[in-house]
Ligand binder design. Structure first.
Ligand SMILES: *Cc1c(COP(=O)(O)O)cnc(C)c1O
Length: 432
């Protein structure tokens, strides 16, 4: 595969941009090799600057659930752009998208738009603190909730890929307000609430963790227990659905699992590929936000018309349950096909999947339940080889064992079968 132009671009970018990238995991540090610079994308495919086309399972890290450059989304953005791309004043598209999200996500009655998932989570935390009058928050080891200071404590994929569990530059005094517990460890959650009686504002959790690879917190009742504890302790339960919202059902994980958080953070799919985040929830909590209430939060480009239109065109196509049924069928076929391929090649593997988000882990473990299972028991070197060989086969996976794969509505059964066949060839080569 000729990747000359990507190599040149990467060298040029590294001179003037840290690591050559504007978000760390794009740099391929966990897998080795040269990041591809993309020129264009359509449907299930991305094409790099050297003209190589790949079947894409990154989907811009989740947003492209309809596939790349969906005709209606592009037409909508183009039409709206003709009328001006930002006003810094209210526009009707904000009301339309707010109403659509409120209709789709069960726990959201009032919503505020921001420009990224990170902004959504940090704003939701400030709101939880402002509402409860408490300073401490509780998150889980390996839960990634964006890059705000207090959330970069045991924060999953990006940090884990580089073996840096925490970030430099986060004041220790600030990090002290962030309590952490391992996934599934209810006793530790209860102990922390007892030790910090009346001081914990909220639990923030990805209801389907996707940032140490996809994990399952639902099946054994863990999420429901968190709901019960928060209710009993007067703390808020925040679902960070930036990744799984609109991904696993039209109303996110909370609709799929029928568990009601107090606040929900959204991002990724909600902007259809443009920079949008949002947080929302019960009216009495959301009315604490400025200018209705004392919790300040603002954004020059928040709710800008281009981003709202991209969100509207995307979410309006996710109303149809048959779309999710189709995603489920294709994703199941791919996930099971990959695991069967591993088994046939004698490569120990397991995985977790919810709808069209999944991770296959190269490990002897029967179940992978947390980031420590990945760092301690997965064959990360083998993943790196598998990733690069798949890339040579024209399959673009996330460049880290700690990430999810995403299937889009644009992937065909043929794409899926070609992907499985490529994996079989790669596994045969790597075990020869
Ligand atoms: C991606 C992600 C974020 C951060 O969103 P950005 O738009 O990258 O700032 C927060 N939480 C979760 C669960 C995510 O997957």
């Amino acid at each position: 595969m000729n990747i000359e132009k990507s190599q040149k671009d990467f060298a040029a970018a590294q001179k003037i941009i840290p690591g050559g990238v504007n978000s760390p995991v794009r740099a391929f540090k966990g897998v080795g090799g040269t990041p591809r610079f993309f020129d264009h994308a359509k449907g299930a495919y991305v094409t790099d600057v050297d003209g190589n086309t790949y079947i894409d399972y990154v989907g811009s890290w989740g947003p492209m659930i309809l596939g790349h450059a969906h005709d209606a989304v592009i037409a909508g953005i183009t039409e709206t752009a003709q009328k001006g791309v930002s006003f810094g004043a209210p526009c009707e598209l904000e009301i339309d998208l707010a109403q659509m999200v409120i209709d789709m996500v069960p726990s959201i009655d009032v919503i505020r738009f921001v420009s990224s998932g990170s902004e959504a989570t940090m704003s939701a935390l400030r709101l939880a603190r402002g509402f409860t009058g408490r300073d401490k928050i509780l998150k889980f080891d390996g839960g990634y909730h964006g890059h705000a200071d207090g959330l970069l404590v045991k924060a999953g994929s990006g940090a884990a890929t580089f073996g840096e569990p925490d970030s430099a530059g986060v004041p220790a005094d600030y990090a002290k307000l962030t309590l952490t517990a391992p996934f599934q460890d209810l006793d530790e959650v209860k102990r922390l609430f007892a030790e910090n009686k009346g001081e914990i504002a909220c639990i923030i959790v990805e209801p389907i963790p996707g940032n140490t690879g996809v994990m399952d917190l639902y099946s054994n009742g863990f999420l429901q227990s968190l709901r019960d504890i928060c209710t009993a302790e007067g703390a808020l339960l925040i679902f960070d659905e930036v990744m799984c919202g609109f991904r696993v059902s039209s109303g996110g994980a909370q609709k799929l699992f029928n568990i009601t958080p107090d606040l929900t953070c959204l991002g990724k799919i909600i902007g259809g590929g443009l920079p949008v985040g949002a947080y929302g929830g019960r009216e009495e909590i959301m009315r604490k936000i400025s200018p209705d209430g004392p919790v300040y939060q603002a954004g020059t480009l928040s709710g800008n018309p281009l981003a709202m239109r991209a969100g509207l065109e995307t979410l309006s196509r996710l109303q149809d349950d048959s779309l999710y049924a189709d995603l489920e069928a294709k994703s199941k076929r791919l996930f099971e096909g990959l695991l069967a391929g591993c088994k046939a090649a004698g490569v120990p593997a397991t995985g977790n999947r919810f709808g069209s988000m999944f991770t296959v882990f190269f490990t002897e473990l029967e179940h992978v339940t947390c980031g420590a299972d990945v760092s301690g028991h997965c064959d990360l070197a083998f993943f790196g080889k598998f990733f690069n060989e798949m890339l040579n086969e024209g399959i673009y996976l996330a460049p880290s064992q700690y990430e999810a794969a995403f299937v889009s509505a644009a992937h065909t059964d043929e794409d899926i079968d070609n992907t499985i066949a490529a994996a079989e060839r790669v596994l045969a080569k790597l075990t020869a």
